[in-house]
Design a protein around this ligand. Structure first.
Ligand SMILES: [Zn+2]
Length: 159
């Protein structure tokens, strides 16, 4: 974590940057915090801006000083959250690049959505939970994220 730093992000406010080159599939850091369990409702979906979905109806409230709080969304991400609550690199990330997570890869709440202006060529403009991702994107993300996100039976219940 000493190789990470917070700086102004061209995308949104402050962002999380790496001071060193990161190779693909490296564990960048781990986060933890209180686990929240709740049913999906429209009222509940607007709570917890900083919570990270880690399962079905399950979120983590990151500890106050966690770098994960500065991890911005991009529709073209370079890190993922794996099932061990570790931030893992997806691609080669050159030193002094911002780390980006696709928030759709950590959210199953069918009521959740967020406007996006990430400027990625494939920007989806409105981002929603994992089952709403294009199938090709789901398949790209699948090897890196918790199994609960690509459970086909569970996805069907959302439609
Ligand atoms: Zn976007």
């Amino acid at each position: 974590m000493e190789n990470l730093y917070i700086s102004a992000s061209p995308v949104a406010g402050k962002g999380l940057f790496t001071a060193i080159d990161i190779r693909p599939k490296q564990i960048v850091f781990r986060f933890d915090g209180e686990h929240i369990f709740h049913e999906y409702t429209p009222e509940f979906a607007v709570q917890g801006d900083n919570w990270i979905g880690v399962g079905d109806r399950e979120w983590v409230v990151p500890q106050p000083e966690s770098p994960v709080l500065y991890l911005n969304h991009s529709c073209s991400p370079n890190v993922f959250v794996n099932k061990h609550k570790e931030i893992m690199s997806w691609a080669n990330i050159p030193a002094h690049s911002e780390l980006f997570l696709d928030y759709s890869s950590t959210e199953l709440d069918p009521f959740w959505s967020m406007k996006c202006n990430c400027n990625a060529l494939n920007c989806r403009h409105v981002i929603r939970s994992f089952p709403h991702l294009p199938l090709v994107t789901q398949l790209q993300y699948r090897p890196y994220i918790s199994r609960v996100y690509w459970d086909r039976e569970r996805q069907r219940t959302f439609k």
